[in-house]
Design a protein around this ligand. Structure first.
Ligand code: HEM
Length: 218
């Protein structure tokens, strides 16, 4: 059983499928994270957002959710690096590149770059809020303090823009990898994938833009 699983996981197509599944689950996290974050705009003093952050951090199931989330991120990154390295190796042998693996495209190259920027952003972001004990006393105040500075707004702006570019290719591509597509609907799938990427990116971008230019509402 484990042998089969290992084989499936290590086959190139298996890795791509796991990358697609983990990526789509991460998109699910992003949508809920964005929805929760939008509570920041629900009032003027940040008390609704703070109550939400408090409810999250006191939930006894949080450690389990965080473990699942961390596993998804780490698996997605490790698989992405492996698949990209295999594609690069395949390109050095032109026949194989054509026959089995598919060459390295501009899209796959830019996925590595945007993915790396998102990873750096994520580390900074977790240190800013999740791992800063002071932030938990007043999460809305911490978000406002961080994003009202030029450096903070720029860091979040660049991180979220890279996320948008990453997702604009990734969402439709994940459905393709999992075979959840049909030639007839390819262009609809691509437009829907890009549309969702734009909604997510603009939603997150609203924070650095609004807070920087208003000096912070909460
Ligand atoms: C730019 C707008 C964003 C804002 C204002 C924001 C805000 C926050 C805040 C306040 C927390 C701490 C929650 C808590 O500990 O109670 C948090 C956690 C987190 N954020 Fe964001 N976030 C943003 C964008 C993102 C993006 C784009 C990603 C992913 C690429 C992301 C991933 C995470 C993760 C993984 C956590 C830790 C979750 C946990 O451990 O519970 N965030 N965010």
């Amino acid at each position: 059983m484990l042998g089969h699983l290992k084989q499936a996981l290590s086959a190139s197509i298996g890795k791509k499928a796991w990358m697609a599944v983990s990526g789509l689950l991460l998109v699910g996290f992003l949508v809920t994270h964005l929805a929760g974050n939008l509570l920041y705009f629900a009032d003027d003093d940040g008390s609704i957002f703070n109550a939400y952050a408090e409810a999250l951090s006191s939930n006894p199931l949080l450690p389990i959710a965080e473990l699942i989330l961390a596993t998804l991120f780490l698996a997605h990154i490790a698989l992405g690096v492996r698949v990209s390295m295999e594609n690069r190796a395949a390109r050095e042998v032109p026949y194989h590149a054509k026959a089995a693996h598919g060459g390295r495209t501009t899209a796959s190259r830019s996925m590595m770059i945007t993915g790396l920027i998102v990873l750096i952003f994520l580390i900074i972001h977790i240190l800013d809020f999740r791992l800063d004990p002071k932030a938990h006393d007043d999460m809305a105040g911490a978000v406002q303090a961080k994003l009202s500075s030029g450096r903070g707004a720029l860091t979040y702006g660049v991180g979220v823009a890279a996320l948008g570019l990453h997702l604009s290719h990734a969402i439709a591509s994940a459905f393709h990898t999992l075979g959840l597509n049909h030639p007839k609907y390819d262009s609809i799938l691509q437009t829907a994938g890009r549309g969702l990427a734009v909604v997510i990116a603009l939603g997150f971008l609203a924070f650095p833009i609004y807070i920087y230019f208003s000096g912070g509402a909460a």
